[in-house]
Design a protein around this ligand. Structure first.
Ligand SMILES: [Zn+2]
Length: 146
């Protein structure tokens, strides 16, 4: 099923996710693309992936509707930080300083392109039972957006 393109006016949220993987796992956007295709997605569900070393890799095009927040894909962009769980797979804010720097720069850039969009974590959407992205995005963004 071909979905409608994502228009800039439609973007109301910049949604931050994590891959829920351990710090030793250095996933790339290509790895996540394979994982998501195996789950039956068209391709990687996120628009961006931020690797452990802070490298920002592209997923879906900004004009493509993603697959990352149930019920909100047609009005959001998805950014995935690699990491987010400890050795027992419990939620943990274990992202690197390079990742946080990259996230802040990326969100600043996207906020210029999509000035009306709200920055929030996956878990901040209604009825989400996950911990994703394993840190409190809104207060973090308030401190880093300027
Ligand atoms: Zn998520």
């Amino acid at each position: 099923m071909a979905s409608k393109p994502l228009t800039p006016e439609a973007v109301k949220y910049l949604a931050v996710h994590c891959s829920a993987t351990q710090t030793k796992t250095d996933l790339t956007a290509a790895d996540i693309d394979v994982m998501h295709r195996k789950r039956g997605f068209l391709k990687i569900g996120y628009h961006f992936v931020i690797r452990r070393n802070g490298t920002v890799e592209k997923g879906r095009d900004l004009t493509e509707v993603g697959a990352h927040v149930e019920g909100y894909n047609s009005q959001s962009l998805g950014i995935c930080l690699v990491g987010g769980v400890d050795k027992d797979l419990k939620p943990e804010n274990n992202f690197t300083p390079a990742q946080f720097n990259a996230l802040s720069a990326l969100l600043k850039d996207l906020s210029l392109k999509f000035p009306k969009a709200t920055v929030q974590g996956h878990r901040d959407f209604p009825n989400v039972k996950k911990d994703c992205p394993c840190f409190d995005v809104k207060p973090w963004w308030l401190k880093h957006k300027d």
